[in-house]
Design a protein around this ligand. Structure first.
Ligand code: PEP
Length: 256
């Protein structure tokens, strides 16, 4: 079986201010500093990338952006390109987060263009997929994930897939306090790995890291992380508290 290094991301969304972002980054850095065998990425708001980057310099934390535009430059008011993010020290970007798909209205084609642009510019990508409550109740979870993966990863090479992490984030669990059971999450992750096998090959699928996201907290993290196809977490609310986020990172580091 492939050995996959777990990866945990802290998605701060549109929270913190300049001072609290730096303080949070420093607190997370000391909370997880001594842990090995795990990757940890912070996703602060765009305006704080540089200062958070400085605050975590020399630590084991990596810097990521919450979104990226699909064009390299030009007349796209308000947008931020992949090369700008790299210039600010980002190694990672989130793409296709459910709030961008369902609140901002981004479609699969745009998500795919962003994935290709980010990978082309040398960023690593966390591609988020997941079903709404209605889709789950209609038994469409695996079909929705398969469709979002197929279109989101269109044109991505096997080689590039080494720089892609999938975040399975059931929309109904994000920011709601509701969490998929470890068994339900595992079933979705196994199906996602099956889809990656069909889109690429079994070695690529076996090596791909698949995070769970959706109201992960210190109290439920260990049970989720223990599942064989869950390779870490993408954390929203709980990533704003260094102790809670640190406890989740610890659970991921000790899950293997
Ligand atoms: C997220 O924003 O990706 C997320 C999982 O949020 P929360 O942990 O708050 O549900």
């Amino acid at each position: 079986m492939a050995t996959r290094i777990p990866i945990v991301g802290g998605n701060w969304k549109m929270n913190t201010n300049r001072a609290s972002a730096v303080a949070l980054a420093r607190a997370v850095s000391s909370a997880v500093g001594g842990l090995g065998g795990i990757e940890v990425v912070l996703f602060p708001p765009f305006p704080y990338l540089l200062e958070v980057g400085k605050a975590i310099e020399g630590s084991r934390l990596a810097l990521g952006a919450q979104d990226v535009h699909c064009e390299p430059d030009g007349a796209f008011t308000g947008e931020v390109s992949a090369s700008m993010l790299r210039d600010c020290g980002c190694a990672w970007t989130l793409i296709g987060h459910s709030e961008r798909r369902h609140v901002i209205g981004e479609g699969d084609d745009l998500v795919n263009r962003k994935v290709l642009a980010a990978l082309g510019a040398g960023l690593n990508v966390i591609l988020c997929v997941g079903e709404t409550r209605g889709q789950r109740e209609a038994g469409q979870t695996d079909a929705v994930n398969q469709q979002q993966l197929t279109s989101g990863l269109h044109g991505v090479t096997r080689e590039q897939m080494r720089r892609v992490v999938i975040a399975y984030e059931p929309v109904w669990a994000i920011g709601t306090g509701l969490t998929a059971t470890p068994e339900d999450a595992q079933a979705a992750h196994a199906a996602i790995r099956g889809t990656l096998g069909r889109l690429f090959d079994s070695a690529t699928a076996g090596g791909a890291r698949i995070q769970y996201g959706g109201s992960m907290k210190p109290g439920n993290a260990a049970g989720l992380m223990r599942m064989p196809d869950i390779d870490g977490g993408l954390i929203g609310g709980a990533s704003l508290n260094a102790d809670d986020f640190g406890a989740i990172v610890q659970a991921a580091a000790h899950a293997g």
